[in-house]
Ligand binder design. Structure first.
Ligand code: SAH
Ligand code: SF4
Ligand code: F3S
Length: 450
């Protein structure tokens, strides 16, 4: 019944030049949800703005680490002042952080000026909740503990006309001991493969050339419904006029030989794999409940490189997990040096209320973590910079994303950023670019063929 509420709000807003600002925190899953919320706002006669002078501000929140939380409450203080001057300003909160009871209590008691709050399982109800707030002018909080009648309703408002994200699986069953995601996103739910294929075909007809398949753990796709990710990839690879397939994130424990073979065989699947390792110490991996060892991880890397020699490998690493000793950390450094990652996200361990790791004894002091973190970063940066040099003199196929003042930016199939000169009309097209300078985190090149 979303259409009814959208129409009602559209009528209230029509001709009033209403503007909405969306602030998105967190991962690509959240970014994709925001694209859906954005489409709803446009349908309700809001113009999307980057300015804080808006009639509606929406925060799609993340709680995977502490920082984003502090940032949100800081931001809310600012908008509280704005609302004192403009009582019609609507403040909306949604996303993962809202699935936590202590946050909802805090909002109920100390942030009464917030208008609408909803969570990860009912964000399709946004128009109805906003409508209720507009009619009653009171705070509306609606949080579900599990997905009930979720429907893929809204065609997301894409940032780029030529690339799109597609959810394949929601939730996570892994319960890594440090991680809040399974608590705020629920158990794994795979979408039907036919629905995924239909959505991608629709997107390709609409001009999309590259798709990103999304899931907290894409390679456990289908385990809940008798399907599997490699076979989904093979089917997607058959879609005419689609040119590139990416996916994230993969969990090492579920990386099957079949998936490696599918990546090798499907010419549209990019030769890039994000495979978070988290730690190089078996003792810590066990405490993290990651369900693999460093030896198993090395084995996977070897198999991947044997089957797909030019594969680019990136990872996530957490520094300072409870009990991490100097020896454990040295094992992480050793793993990083042996694998030679092409890219990495490094995180300082952040204690998340309600997770098993938060209750572990022997939390590591901040100064020790800081030193380890800096040490890891320095080693990673020099490895990544060195690995990027291999592109020198090579011709890379780049999908152009942005234009600024005569300069184009795009990505190769390994997801590395490439800058070169060219015309704006190349946005959304594939261009051959000869690389003539390799910076640590991006490449500079020259367009071939005039
Ligand atoms: N589902 C994905 C990643 C989800 S969160 C996976 O399992 O690979 C993205 C990254 O955030 C994780 O890979 C992890 O490195 C980091 N992360 C999650 N919880 C964290 C915490 N409590 N403290 C620090 N980093 C964390
Ligand atoms: Fe979190 Fe682990 Fe699930 Fe990733 S696999 S979302 S790190 S619990
Ligand atoms: Fe954050 Fe939720 Fe993603 S906690 S990392 S936005 S799944």
């Amino acid at each position: 019944m979303n259409d009814y509420y959208i129409e009602q709000i559209y009528k209230m807003n029509a001709g009033k030049n209403k503007k909405a600002r969306i602030n998105t925190f967190g991962c690509q899953m959240n970014a994709h949800d925001s694209e859906k919320l954005c489409a709803m706002l446009i349908a309700m006669a809001y113009e999307i703005t980057e300015s804080n002078d808006a009639d509606l501000v929406l925060f799609n929140t993340c709680c995977v680490r502490e920082n984003p939380e502090d940032k949100l409450f800081g931001n809310l203080g600012y908008f509280k002042n704005k609302k004192e001057n403009n009582p019609d300003l609507k403040i909306i909160l949604c996303g993962c952080m809202m699935q936590q009871n202590h946050i909802i209590e805090k909002i109920r008691h100390s942030y009464k000026f917030v208008d609408v709050v909803f969570g990860t399982f009912n964000f399709h109800k946004f128009p109805q909740l906003l409508f209720n707030n507009m009619i009653t002018n009171s705070q509306i909080i609606d949080i579900w503990n599990e997905p009930k009648d979720y429907q893929e309703t809204f065609s997301p408002q894409r940032k780029y006309f030529f690339k799109a994200s597609v959810n394949v699986i929601y939730g996570c069953n892994n319960f890594c001991t440090y991680c809040i995601v399974p608590y705020v996103r629920g158990r794994e739910r795979s979408r039907k493969s036919q629905d995924i294929l239909d959505e991608i075909k629709f997107l390709v007809d609409d001009g999309v050339k590259e798709i990103m398949l999304l899931g907290q753990n894409v390679n456990s796709y289908g385990l809940d419904c008798g399907d599997n990710f490699p076979s989904l990839l093979r089917k997607i690879n058959e879609i005419k006029n689609l040119e590139r397939i990416r996916f994230m994130t993969s969990h090492p424990k579920d990386l099957s030989d079949d998936l490696i073979f599918a990546m090798r065989d499907c010419e549209k699947v990019c030769h890039h794999l994000h495979l978070p390792v988290q730690s190089g110490s078996n003792r810590i991996l066990k405490l993290m409940n990651r369900k693999y060892t460093r030896e198993k991880y090395f084995e996977l890397i070897e198999k991947l490189r044997a089957n797909i020699p030019d594969i680019s490998l990136t990872t996530d690493i957490i520094v300072g997990f409870p009990n991490e000793s100097e020896d454990d950390f040295a094992n992480t450094i050793d793993l990083v040096k042996q694998v030679e990652f092409d890219g990495a996200f490094t995180f300082i361990y952040s204690k998340r209320e309600g997770t098993p790791a938060a209750r572990m004894l022997n939390q590591i002091p901040a100064e020790i973590i800081k030193t380890r973190f800096a040490n890891l970063l320095e080693i990673l940066n020099s490895i990544i910079a060195e690995k990027n040099k291999k592109y020198f003199g090579q011709t890379q196929k780049i999908l152009v994303e942005e234009y600024d003042n005569g300069k184009l930016t795009g990505r190769n199939d390994k997801n590395v950023l490439v800058h070169f000169y060219g015309e704006k009309n190349l946005i959304g097209k594939f261009v051959d670019v000869k690389i003539n300078d390799c910076k640590p985190f991006y490449l500079i090149g020259e367009k071939l063929g005039g």
